[in-house]
Write a protein that binds this ligand. Structure first.
Ligand code: PLP
Length: 407
């Protein structure tokens, strides 16, 4: 049984006040808070178990290496990858997508070759492809979502042509919360021989992910949204695609031998992990994933579905609010504007005075905002520790905002 009050007591920051009010943290889409076990893991690693990894033969280096490398098996379990060698560590989604862009796509992209993207992508899944467009003459083919924020998998498949080299698509929109049927996209793309990168930065936080069932080639996720430290993360790369990748960043650890006139590379995944990594962050990332799996991803998803339904009902009762994106298949992420043209920054500042943290702006998704005809929105994004009482607090505060703008 999922007990949200017990879960909340695992997160020390949730008991603090902000601006004299109990903190209502609804900015999980940007970054999530950390449970005590993650904070303890960081303290333990730095106070008792710290050393560099892979290099030393001494006790502490072995302990740190074992803990650090142990995280691959945790990520494998979390994503149901076929092997832990398919897990490459990195600092998060942005680095992961740049890895795919430089290591896999760049060497095989000819001028005129296409990458298919949806307009719902976060800039992290847009800008690296623009780099390829600028440098190598790649063509970006955009697939639109409809007014509800739904992305038709068939529209993505229809955009694939003989020059398409990759489809790169989000699993869950960070603005609208829409969950995309990435399994259908991967199935169809595979029939056409086109690999698929799935941006799981949001989805992996909220729903169980099985990369083998999805059938993707690349799946990225970012530690700080998964209740772990910033600077941690992992990408799943199907073994066949790893074999096709050149290294991206060069340096220590990713090599086997270096001489004055030649280098040979280490085996994957280390071939793609140059230099001293974020050792402690990555160890604590593993603890965060264990924490989530301990609660049960299906339980987390069920709790958040209930929150989503409750928030949907309460927020749509506010006739002065325009909720953006009404997909039937969405997570607990709500972007909204006020009918009275109040700027999103002003709304979020007033909410902040009531202790409520939301995000305001374009959410690193300018093409989507333009497509939806929006300047900026406020976004309330829920996590595993949020409650219906916090939805109520948000609704009361929005009523106050409306009164202030009506005055
Ligand atoms: N993709 C999506 C869907 C996101 O929501 C985010 C972060 O907001 C990112 C990518 C970028 O993640 P990071 O900044 O951790 O690299």
């Amino acid at each position: 049984m999922y007990n949200v009050n017990e879960v909340r007591s695992d997160f020390p920051i949730l008991s603090r006040q902000v601006n004299g009010k109990p903190l209502v943290y609804l900015d999980n889409g940007a970054s999530a808070q950390k449970p005590q076990v993650v904070i303890d893991a960081i303290t333990q690693a730095y106070s008792m178990e710290y050393s560099n990894v892979h290099r030393g033969l001494h006790y502490l280096s072995n302990v740190a290496t074992e803990k650090y490398e142990g995280v691959r098996a945790i990520v494998k379990r979390f994503l149901n990858a076929a092997s832990e060698d398919e897990v490459i560590f990195n600092s998060g989604t942005t680095e992961a997508i740049n890895l795919v862009s430089y290591a896999w796509a760049a060497p095989r992209l000819q001028a005129g070759d296409e990458i298919v993207l949806s307009v719902m992508e976060h800039h992290a899944n847009i800008v690296p492809w623009h780099f390829l467009r600028e440098r190598q003459g790649g063509v970006l083919k955009w697939v639109k979502c409809d007014a509800n924020g739904d992305l038709d998998p068939q529209a993505v498949l229809d955009a694939i042509g003989p020059r398409t080299r990759l489809v790169a698509v989000t699993h869950m929109s960070n603005v609208l919360g829409t969950v995309v049927d990435v399994a259908a996209i991967c199935r169809g793309a595979r029939e056409k021989g086109v690999p698929v990168l799935v941006d799981g930065s949001q989805a992996a936080v909220h729903i169980p992910v099985d990369v083998q069932a999805i059938g993707c080639d690349f799946y990225v996720m970012t530690g700080h949204k998964l209740y772990g430290p910033s600077g941690s993360g992992a990408i799943y790369v199907r073994a066949k695609r790893q074999a096709e990748m050149r290294p991206f960043i060069g340096g220590g650890d990713m090599i086997r031998e270096v001489s004055l006139d030649a280098i040979t590379w280490n085996d994957p995944p280390m071939k793609f992990e140059a230099g001293t990594p974020s050792i402690v962050s990555q160890i604590a990332f593993g603890v965060a994933l264990e924490y989530m799996m301990g609660l049960g991803m299906a339980n987390i998803a069920a709790h958040e579905r209930e929150l989503r339904d409750y928030a949907q009902a309460r927020l749509s009762g506010l006739n002065f609010l325009n909720i953006q994106g009404n997909s039937k298949n969405k997570g607990a992420i709500f972007s909204f504007t006020l009918a009275r043209q109040a700027h999103a920054h002003d709304i979020s500042t007033i909410l902040d005075k009531r202790g409520i943290a939301v995000r305001a702006g374009t959410h690193c998704a300018m093409p989507l905002m333009k497509h939806m005809g929006l300047g900026a929105t406020c976004r309330a994004s829920f996590g595993l520790y949020n409650t219906k009482a916090e939805v109520d607090a948000l609704v009361s505060a929005l009523e106050l905002v409306n009164e202030l703008f009506n005055a």
